[in-house]
Design a binder for this molecule. Structure first.
Ligand code: ADE
Ligand code: ZN
Length: 328
């Protein structure tokens, strides 16, 4: 209880949260009703009980099905505002949030409604709640390269509302190199670059290598398997890369005997990590405070380590230096 209060009181930053993964079951029903859709579940409890998955693909199937209720600009506003309000209530001062526009374009939603709704929520949340935030467009890596390029091209006229691009979804057979042209185009437009290297995926070390060496990412999402490569760890340290770790979803590096706790392992290896919530609506509604409480216990984090990590987290942000100084 003392530790939970201590964690709640820390000023925090969040860098790995998928907005569509913050779509709570209650809001899903409300948006379905507003949009004249029928969910195939009797009530919130039945819907939540359906959130059962055992790996990345089985999680993603539930996650993509769930976001089909997001159709109009106010839906994206409500989604983003609810997350920002929750984060602000947990003393998160700054958040960089992912979104998956290809999934919404597939349903005929206009990019301007997706980005517009989220941006309006960011502006209101900053004014009313004091939380600062930015937006990262993710390429859905298991869709075609053409689909990702179409989304990027649709978003670039609104690039002032984006801070970066990322790469998410099913990693198997979808290496970072598939999107080399997209990342180059985004960087040329002034955007930052990050990529998921989910834990314990096929060819994970080659994907991490491509992300760092070929794509020259500014950050890595997950990336814990780097503990299996001294060469890549040295490279990440030389480049002062930050890793956005999500221990609820990916807590253990496998393939080593014995398996390694990702937070403890990366901290002890001297890597820069931040702890994040990923998809809280699908992870027992555990937002950053709850994730940190569990991580503290699981990885035996001291108060000094928690303070150091959360202060260091403000160094990972793609914010202007004035805002960074105000957060520190
Ligand atoms: N999409 C939403 N959450 C994700 C995750 N943790 N990894 C890959 N794709 C995702
Ligand atoms: Zn993620």
């Amino acid at each position: 209880a003392d530790m939970a209060a201590f964690i709640a009181g820390l000023p925090k930053a969040e860098y790995h949260v998928h907005l569509e993964g913050t779509l709570e079951a209650e809001m899903k029903f409300a948006l379905a009703r507003r949009n004249g859709l029928q969910l195939p579940f009797a009530d919130v409890a039945a819907l939540k009980a359906s959130y059962r998955y055992h790996d990345l693909p089985s999680f993603l199937a539930i996650y993509y099905d769930g976001m089909k209720v997001l159709l109009k600009e106010p839906d994206f506003y409500d989604l983003a505002y609810a997350y920002l309000a929750k984060a602000a209530s947990q003393n998160v001062l700054y958040a960089e949030m992912f979104f998956d526009p290809q999934e919404h374009l597939k349903r005929g939603v206009a990019m301007a409604d997706v980005i517009g709704g989220i941006t309006r929520a960011r502006t209101d949340a900053a004014a009313k709640l004091g939380i600062q935030s930015q937006l990262i467009l993710c390429f859905v890596r298991d869709l075609s390269a053409e689909s990702a390029m179409a989304a990027l091209d649709a978003a670039l006229p609104m690039k002032q509302y984006l801070v970066g691009v990322g790469l998410d979804s099913d990693e198997k057979g979808n290496p970072p190199s598939k999107f080399a042209a997209h990342f180059a185009k985004a960087r040329a437009a002034g955007l930052k670059v990050t990529a998921h290297c989910d834990l314990n995926q096929e060819n994970t070390l080659e994907h991490i290598r491509q992300a760092i060496v070929d794509i020259r990412v500014d950050r890595i999402d997950h990336g814990g398997n780097i503990l299996q490569s001294p060469e890549l760890m040295a490279l990440a340290k030389a480049k002062n890369l930050y890793f956005t770790v999500c221990p609820t979803f990916s807590g253990t590096v496998q393939g080593e005997a014995p398996p390694v706790d990702v937070v403890r392992g990366m901290l002890d290896a001297g890597l820069n990590i931040t702890i994040n919530s990923d998809d809280p609506a699908y992870m027992a509604s555990e937002y950053l405070n709850e994730v940190l409480v569990k991580a503290q216990h699981r990885s035996a984090l001291t108060k000094a380590e928690l303070v150091r990590m959360e202060r260091n987290a403000f160094m990972a942000g793609w914010m202007d230096e004035g805002l960074r100084a105000a957060c520190l």
